[in-house]
Write a protein that binds this ligand. Structure first.
Ligand code: PXP
Length: 259
């Protein structure tokens, strides 16, 4: 255990995609992701995240319109770098846009963007979104080259993909978890040194959140699937409050398990 000075606040963005997944299993309106967003706001979320996928498997265009109208919290729209999504973002102008890689056949966002390989494709999207006043984030693996490219592209924010760390915890592979945590810690430091605002997300659970929340350079975590799944057992309000509490206490004490 090391103690780090982690007193700066850490925002929680609640990803409500999988409320829409359940709704869409039957069609109709229930459960309503906008209602979930309002509960999340009351439970201590600082923002709402929603991924409008090309195949609309969960969040719909109407959900985005309603979130923009009915929500007081900032909306972070996750989207692929396509002309269709750019037009939607420019139409709604959410507070933030996080550009993610997207393949139709994947179950979830399985890895970060290869911003280095896609530099020329991403450049006009980042530029248009930034010029229209949105805060633009790129979802990347914890890799210095990706951070440097995100910075060069003009993104103000980078979200680090925490999936490899969280998977290692599920696999109970302590060595891999320690390795992945070190990668996240190093990338958060490197990105902050480059002047990027550092976020993180993907696969975060009650078990995984403490070490991630203790990384002092991180200012926002985006958490979805676990919160919505756990809410089946504990209720959405108390599940979010518990996650918020774990984040806050990790931030206060700076207790981070390192190998
Ligand atoms: N951040 C980004 C950029 C994502 O694409 C996702 C969902 O894939 C999340 C955070 C939330 O991940 P999870 O649902 O696993 O908590």
């Amino acid at each position: 255990m090391t103690n780090l000075p982690t007193s700066s606040p850490l925002r929680l963005g609640v990803n409500i995609d999988h409320v829409a997944t359940i709704r869409n299993a039957r069609g109709g309106m229930h459960p309503d992701p906008v209602r979930a967003a309002l509960i999340a706001a009351a439970a201590g979320a600082n923002g709402i995240t929603a991924h409008l996928r090309e195949d609309r498997r969960h969040i719909s265009d109407n959900d985005i319109a309603r979130l923009m109208q009915e929500l007081a919290l900032p909306l972070n729209l996750e989207m692929a770098a396509t002309d269709e999504m750019l037009a939607i973002a420019l139409n709604h102008k959410p507070h933030a846009v996080c550009i993610v890689p997207e393949r139709r056949e994947e179950l979830t966002t399985e890895g970060g963007l290869d911003a280095a390989a896609q530099h020329n494709h991403l450049a006009p999207y980042v530029r248009e979104l930034v010029d229209a006043g949105m805060r633009v984030s790129l979802f990347v693996n914890p890799d210095k080259v990706q951070l440097a490219v995100a910075k060069a592209l003009g993104a103000q924010v980078v979200e680090l993909h925490t999936g490899a760390y969280c998977d290692a915890l599920i696999d109970q592979d302590a060595e891999a978890a320690a390795h992945e945590l070190r990668r996240l810690q190093a990338a958060a430091r490197e990105g902050a040194d480059m002047g990027l605002e550092m976020h993180a997300g993907h696969g975060i659970t009650f078990e995984g959140v403490t070490a991630i929340a203790a990384i002092p350079e991180l200012v926002e975590l985006n958490i979805g699937h676990f919160l919505i799944g756990e809410a089946i057992f504990g209720g959405l309000d108390s599940t979010i409050r518990r996650m918020r509490g774990l984040m806050d206490s990790a931030r206060r004490t700076g207790n981070v398990a390192t190998a």
